[in-house]
Design a protein around this ligand. Structure first.
Ligand code: FES
Ligand SMILES: [Fe+2]
Length: 349
């Protein structure tokens, strides 16, 4: 087995081993080397327009929030009060006039500085300046909001890789999200990701989608940090037929007059949250029906994958299966994802 590609000597590529889909050690490495390092899609411009607007989330056990400051600057912090570790902001998005911890009411400025410690009393050696919020990195890119827990992360465009060029022809910053839809799925984040980066399962699992595309023309292409999947559309299809996935956990699909994005968010080793947003250029009442139909059809396809991913997860943990061979044509995206992951974790298998 080749150490970096997972390829056997004959060139046949294999998946990562089943153990990786539940092992606590792998999970710890993923937290540190993947989700603690990469640029992650955490929201969009419509959620953080005014001072005090915020998005909050949790990924791989890290809670964070991103808030528009009184000075208009977007900043991000770990969502952990430096006093006794309470979560500062609840929910996934909202507005706050004051950043006040609800546990003992300490107050922070939107730049992270500790401003007030009501009723704390005189404490020798206590200096407010030592107890500001811990920052994370934040970037706005074409209407989307990204964060990295790594303060040394390079520019977001580097993290996005070939996604930048792929999306260049589309006016995505003019699209606005009309809905966020969240799905919880009982499998490891990689079980779901493996499924997302191949179209091999479309005839078996997605009969409606299969009827709308020419499956024989389904193509997968790997470019730096992304997998591009495309298929010729039959008449009347609502899909433009380009699905993008960016390492480690962002998806972006463009359709006529809009797009959807998703983050594949690991909650723990066995639970994954999908956070979808549906964006449209035309949000007039005349477009309402098309918008509803587009969202519903897309959500239906997303849901169709859950059963198969959840039972595969059980089998990945069951002790019978170790690893499987990958089709060079159909599963090139799975191979690329696993190569990226092996490189991030610094281990072969
Ligand atoms: S934990 Fe936040 S004020 Fe005590
Ligand atoms: Fe699918």
């Amino acid at each position: 087995m080749n150490m970096t590609t997972g390829k056997a000597d004959g060139g046949l590529a294999f998946t990562i081993p089943a153990r990786w889909y539940h092992d606590p050690e792998i999970w710890a490495r993923e937290r540190a080397n993947v989700f603690g390092k990469e640029w992650l899609l955490v929201g969009h411009q419509g959620q953080v327009e005014r001072p005090g607007d915020y998005v909050a989330g949790e990924i791989a056990g890290w809670r964070y929030f991103v808030v528009r400051g009184r000075d208009g600057t977007l900043r991000g912090f770990h969502n952990v009060c430096p006093h006794r570790a309470a979560t500062l902001l609840e929910g996934d998005a909202g507005h706050c006039d004051v950043l006040r911890c609800r546990y003992h009411r300490w107050v922070f400025d939107t730049d992270g500085a500790l401003k007030a410690t009501p009723d704390f009393g005189e404490a020798p050696g206590f200096n407010r300046a030592d107890y500001g919020l811990k920052p994370i990195k934040v970037a706005e890119w074409r209407g989307l909001v990204f964060a990295s827990l790594d303060l040394d992360a390079g520019p977001v465009e580097e993290g996005l890789g070939a996604l930048v060029d792929m999306v260049a022809p589309y006016p995505i910053e003019t699209f606005r999200s009309v809905r966020q839809v969240t799905f919880d799925i009982a499998c490891n984040w990689k079980t779901y990701t493996d499924n997302f980066v191949e179209g091999y399962h479309i005839p078996g699992i997605h009969p409606g989608l299969n009827a709308a595309i020419d499956f024989k023309g389904f193509a997968v292409e790997n470019r730096p940090r992304i997998v591009i999947m495309s298929a010729p559309q039959r008449d009347g299809s609502i899909y433009e037929g380009v699905w993008l996935w960016r390492y480690p956990n962002t998806t972006l699909s463009v359709f006529p007059g809009g797009m959807n994005t998703s983050s594949i968010v690991p909650l723990d080793r066995r639970r994954t949250r999908l956070v979808y947003n549906f964006y449209f250029a035309d949000r007039s009442p005349a477009a309402a029906e098309t918008i509803e139909r587009t969202i519903e059809i897309n959500c239906q396809i997303v849901r169709e994958d859950f059963g198969i991913c959840e039972t595969a997860q059980g089998n990945l943990e069951g002790g019978i299966y170790d690893r499987g061979p990958l089709s060079p044509v159909q599963e090139a995206g799975v191979r690329y994802f696993h190569e990226m992951l092996r490189a991030s974790l610094g281990i072969a298998d």
